[in-house]
Design a protein around this ligand. Structure first.
Ligand code: SF4
Length: 418
């Protein structure tokens, strides 16, 4: 989500005739896009700001903006007090205000009459390949997972109208994108009137030039029979789903207010696998939620084995101000009942278990026929989200069928079929 927001910020600059640069010395302005989902992310953003003091002072006229979730949480007053050299602060709820803020602080680049100065520009693909473009379909979240700060910094769920989404998709396709990645905190909760997420997927995949559709992150609560039918019938929907579970213990899932049990979550995976047995799943885990016992943690390991994930993002629990779990009365230490050492041990065991299953899922691709979206002459990405080396050159942007012949450390290799 933050990557997509950074691309929108870059588009705001491009509309004023500015160009992106990796070279800080050349930059007239820097935007620090902050995350606050874990304390460590926020700390990193703040130390980055501290390091920019010298850059700002080295040349008069340089501008520094802070955007994103930590900007929302801390606010202009706190940030300016700590870093008086900041020019503008735009929180995650008010990203639309960046343009106005730039007008206040920045002249148009050059003579201001260039082709893009003052105009509308499609967001650049900064983080993904130029063939793959992010399109945000919702902002905020109306669920109340107890560990999560997102609803408080991004606000309740708000869905973009379908026509607006389609316009963005067409713009991205016109700029060369062939894969669209839909973004939203609970992306599959998208709706507009009678229209539901599966309808949106169908209309996007019928836009000429869209070859593949991904989305993240869906929530296990919103996989309806209608969505499952659409998934089975629409080959443009990628066969990789990132479906956060967080824990394998029903007790902890209930405390987290996730809205499902471990069995229900695994039931959802089974239904999706029935719609397409080739689906590869990934997930998120939080280790050391307050009150997590050794028995709870063993259940998480059981879920890793039963769920068979291609990979998983695993994190130590991080108490966040404003998230309900942080204010729970039984939290006497930042980590609740669990020592930091226990958390680290559990995290290491979890990562090991995920690695074993992930390697199996990876090598099981050998012998299969995969659809690969070619990204460079000899490389591409499978629908199941693995990098794949090709045995011959293909045109970037093409969709080719490949027989997987090998699995290296990080990428598959395959033979392009006629
Ligand atoms: S679904 Fe839960 S974890 Fe995800 S953004 Fe909403 S509150 Fe946070």
């Amino acid at each position: 989500m933050n990557e997509a927001d950074s691309e929108l910020a870059a588009a705001d600059f491009a509309a004023r005739g500015y160009e992106l640069t990796d070279d800080l010395k050349k930059a007239d302005a820097v935007v620090v896009n902050t995350c606050t989902v874990r304390q460590q992310a926020e700390n990193r953003a703040l130390s980055q700001l501290g390091r920019l003091e010298g850059w700002k002072a080295a040349r008069p006229g340089r501008k520094l903006f802070v955007i994103g979730c930590a900007a929302e949480r801390l606010g202009f007053g706190t940030l300016r007090h700590k870093f008086p050299f900041i020019d503008g602060v735009i929180g995650a709820k008010a990203l639309d205000g960046l343009s106005e803020e730039l007008d206040k602080h920045l002249p148009p680049a050059g003579d201001g009459t260039g082709p893009t100065a003052g105009g509308e520009t499609a967001p650049a693909s900064i983080f993904s390949s130029p063939l793959s473009a992010y399109v945000t379909v919702m902002r905020g979240c109306s669920l109340k997972c107890t560990y999560c700060i997102v609803p408080s910094v991004r606000g309740p769920a708000a869905f973009l109208p379908e026509e607006e989404v389609l316009q963005q998709v067409r713009r991205r396709v016109d700029s060369g994108a062939r894969e669209i990645v839909l973004l939203g905190q609970t992306v599959n909760a998208w709706r507009e009137g009678e229209r539901r997420f599966e309808d949106l997927l169908d209309s996007i995949s019928s836009v000429p030039g869209v070859l593949r559709l991904r989305f993240m992150s869906p929530h296990p609560l919103y996989f309806t029979p209608a969505w499952l039918r659409a998934y089975a019938e629409n080959p443009a929907i990628a066969r990789h789903l990132h479906l956060p579970v967080q824990s394998g213990s029903d007790r902890i899932l209930k405390a987290m207010r996730r809205g499902y049990t471990a069995a229900e979550y695994l039931g959802t995976l089974a239904k999706i696998r029935k719609a397409d047995p080739d689906t590869v799943f990934s997930t998120d885990f939080i280790v050391g939620y307050p009150g997590e016992t050794a028995a709870d943690f063993e259940k998480t390991l059981d879920l890793v084995r039963a769920g068979r994930f291609g990979f998983a993002f695993c994190f130590k629990y991080s108490p966040r101000p404003g998230a309900p779990a942080k204010d729970a009365p039984d939290l006497s230490s930042p980590c609740g009942d669990i020592t930091d050492r226990e958390m680290r041990d559990r995290l290491a065991r979890l990562l090991e278990e995920v690695k074993i299953t992930g390697r199996d899922i990876f090598t099981e691709r050998i012998g299969r026929i995969e659809e690969v979206l070619v990204e460079s002459a000899r490389r591409g990405k499978t629908s199941s989200n693995f990098n794949c080396r090709l045995d011959r050159e293909c045109a970037p942007g093409a969709l080719v069928r490949v027989e997987v012949t090998g699995a290296g450390k990080t990428e598959l290799s395959g033979k392009v079929l006629p």
